[in-house]
Design a protein around this ligand. Structure first.
Ligand SMILES: Cc1cc2nc3c(=O)[nH]c(=O)nc-3n(C[C@H](O)[C@H](O)[C@H](O)COP(=O)(O)O)c2cc1C
Length: 169
């Protein structure tokens, strides 16, 4: 695929093993910026971001998910929140957060980094907010685990497109 956007969409994979190399600050900011350029209803931009790079703090996320092994090797965690006071429509605001998260994953991929969207950790949303000392306005939507990929060429599958088209004509 020649088009760089399509190439990134098709080649991005969830990366769950990272090297010990830290992620430069400017790359982290680029990922947040890409997230913030997602579309949102009324352009209300409901997303808010936390940056967790302190090793001791990252370790405190380990007991909060069954994906402890991903946290253990992540060089950075990016908890993504929705700001309740910016919201105007529950479904549309959550869709905007999904678009933001996908932009972040694609940006990480474009920078040669590896990332995975952690949803299971939402069961510990309140603990994470307490750990970071954040206000009640913020509700955790996902945590992106980030680092330099320890392995490349991860495989994934999708249903054939014919099976997904429910009306045509
Ligand atoms: C809402 C959501 C929640 C997810 N939660 C987790 C998770 O908790 N742990 C994990 O390892 N991967 C998680 N993933 C990643 C998916 O497993 C992954 O995107 C899917 O298997 C397709 O693989 P690919 O991203 O490599 O194409 C999540 C993805 C989404 C969109």
């Amino acid at each position: 695929m020649e088009n760089p956007v399509l190439k990134a969409i098709y080649e991005r994979r969830s990366i769950r093993e990272f090297t010990d190399e830290p992620v430069p600050r400017q790359y982290i900011i680029e990922i947040l910026k890409a997230g913030s350029w997602a579309p949102s209803g009324l352009n209300n931009q409901p997303w808010r971001f936390a940056i967790v790079t302190d090793k001791g703090l990252i370790a405190q996320f380990e007991p909060l998910t069954k994906y402890k092994r991903i946290i253990q090797c992540a060089q950075c965690l990016l908890p993504v929140f929705i700001s309740k006071k910016t919201m105007y429509h529950t479904v549309k605001d959550h869709q905007a957060i999904g678009a933001c998260l996908q932009n972040m994953l694609l940006c990480a991929h474009a920078l040669g980094l590896g990332a995975v969207w952690l949803g299971e950790i939402l069961k510990s949303a309140e603990e994470i907010k307490r750990l970071l000392g954040l206000s009640d306005d913020l509700e955790l939507m996902a945590v992106i685990a980030l680092g330099w990929p320890a392995r490349r060429n991860q495989k994934s599958k999708r249903y054939p497109i014919d099976e997904l088209i429910v009306f045509d004509g």
